[in-house]
Ligand binder design. Structure first.
Ligand SMILES: *Cc1c(COP(=O)(O)O)cnc(C)c1O
Length: 463
């Protein structure tokens, strides 16, 4: 096998990177000062950097490399399709085999009557599609004024104008004039940070009922849809109380609004079932998928749509929407091979009953660490809340994220990719993770937590 193993020295790459490459979600000046860590190759759950260091990737890239790195059959699927038909569009009454086969496959594995697929290039643009689709649907039903979409604070639905507007990240809304009109946000089911004296179950129900209150405030005839991640990912792996989703489902059933489950992270096995909606008994009208759909080997996303919405839209004439790369044949072929691997190697089962329970047990034990206020996990999505005061679930006196960033630095130095969101530490490892990988992950996490605690005590930040 030929690997691209010759590259310039790290310092040279870092200088070129800082000079010419604008990074997403990055402080450019800080990056230029420090230099990026440059990843050169990867296999299984392990990344290798330009200095030859081996790093355990407990984030599966950006929550996407579900089948792990370095799969030859994925490269072969892409090469085969590129030779056969590298590109053709699916506009104007044309189609091709990979787009058809993947749509059939997604309709087969998606729950309920989610039988129709509109392709995008990622999760953000799939959510843009959803905004236009649900508004077009209601207009086709003779209700053009039914166009408000209710989302949640601290949600993540992507970074395009519509995606970031649906999302509830204040830092994103602060840049670029967001949110766009007719998108509103209710509270998130984040008991640890916001639940006060309520029990998690009481709090979950209360937060769900904010949806009912918002529908009543706006008028049901103005509301098109509610969108939510089954488990909030980028918001900090916020696992909702068990009372939350049943109450949301009840409210959606009682009102004529569509329910969009953003499965971009939860989909394709991460929660221990194929979709997060199945783990929480959610019956969505539309699911957004991306990330694990191709395990990140190639960009692709999709909206998986129920019969009623798809049939109504089909009968309403042209849907004036689409992307040059909607249903890209190479991306579809790679996604099909990814789904074959996921099923043949029983990777969803590995999350539910193989490595999953072992990871959960070890992860929850991290709650015994003096710095950890809670250690929660569902399937292969886990988070730790860092705190100076466990009993009070108190934040640090330092600005939010200061301690998380320090902990993340110690993880990275100890060859573990674990992200921080504010002062929460999060993991979402590849679904191929083994029990011995778990042992390495936990050992490095503990070491990073110990180093973080020592350092913040030294620097007077442990308060
Ligand atoms: C990552 C993500 C998106 C955006 O997907 P992109 O492929 O980055 O556009 C949307 N929703 C959720 C829940 C995500 O985690």
């Amino acid at each position: 096998m030929n690997l691209i193993s010759n590259f310039p020295p790290t310092a040279e790459l870092q200088a070129l990177d800082a000079a010419h490459h604008m990074h997403p979600f990055t402080d450019g000046a800080e990056l230029a000062a420090k230099g990026a860590r440059i990843i050169t190759r990867a296999k299984g759950v392990t990344l290798t950097d330009s200095e030859g260091e081996e790093i355990l990737d407990a984030m599966a890239g950006l929550w996407c490399v579900n089948i792990g790195y370095g799969r030859d059959s994925m490269a072969e699927a892409a090469a085969r399709q590129m030779r056969e038909l590298p590109y053709y569009n699916t506009f104007f009454q044309t189609s091709h085999v990979p787009a058809i086969e993947l749509a059939r496959k997604l309709a087969e594995i998606a729950p309920g009557d989610l039988n129709h697929v509109f392709y995008a290039s990622g999760g953000s643009d799939a959510n843009d599609t959803n905004v236009r689709l649900v508004r077009h649907y209601w207009a086709a039903k003779g209700k053009p004024e039914k166009k408000v979409i209710i989302s949640r604070k601290n949600a993540y639905h992507g970074s395009t104008m519509a995606g970031a507007s649906l999302g509830g990240m204040t830092g994103m809304h602060a840049q670029g004039g967001l949110p766009i009109p007719d998108i509103v946000h209710i509270g998130q089911p984040h008991w640890y940070a916001e639940g006060g004296d309520m029990t998690p179950e009481e709090f979950g129900r209360a937060r769900a009922r904010e949806l009912k209150a918002k529908i009543e405030e706006l008028g049901e005839d103005k509301v098109a849809a509610f969108i939510a991640e089954p488990i909030q990912g980028a918001g900090g792996v916020i696992i909702p109380p068990d009372s939350y989703w049943p109450e949301i489902q009840r409210i959606c059933d009682a009102h004529a609004i569509l329910l969009i489950a953003d499965e971009v992270i939860c989909g394709f096995g991460r929660t221990g079932q194929m979709f997060g909606s199945q783990s929480y008994d959610i019956c969505p009208d539309i699911m957004t998928v991306a990330k694990g759909l191709s395990s990140g080997y190639i960009p692709i996303g999709a909206s998986i749509v129920c019969d009623e919405v798809a049939n109504t839209v089909a009968e309403a004439g042209d849907f004036n929407h689409g992307y040059t790369y909607s249903g890209h044949p190479v991306a579809c072929a790679v996604a099909l091979e990814n789904l074959r691997i996921l099923e043949d190697e029983k990777l969803v089962e590995n999350v539910a009953s193989g490595t999953g329970p072992y990871l959960a047990e070890k992860w929850r034990q991290l709650a015994e660490h003096p710095l950890v206020g809670e250690a929660v996990i569902r399937g292969f999505m886990g988070s730790l809340a860092l705190t100076p005061d466990k009993a009070a679930r108190a934040p640090f006196a330092a600005e939010t994220g200061t301690i998380g960033l320090i902990a993340r630095g110690h993880c990275f130095e100890n060859n573990l990719v674990m992200r921080h969101v504010g002062d929460r530490m999060i993991i979402a490892p590849p679904l191929i993770l083994t029990k011995s990988d778990v042992d390495v992950l936990i050992e490095r996490a503990v070491r990073a937590l110990d180093l973080t605690l020592a350092r913040i005590k030294d620097e007077g930040l442990y308060r």
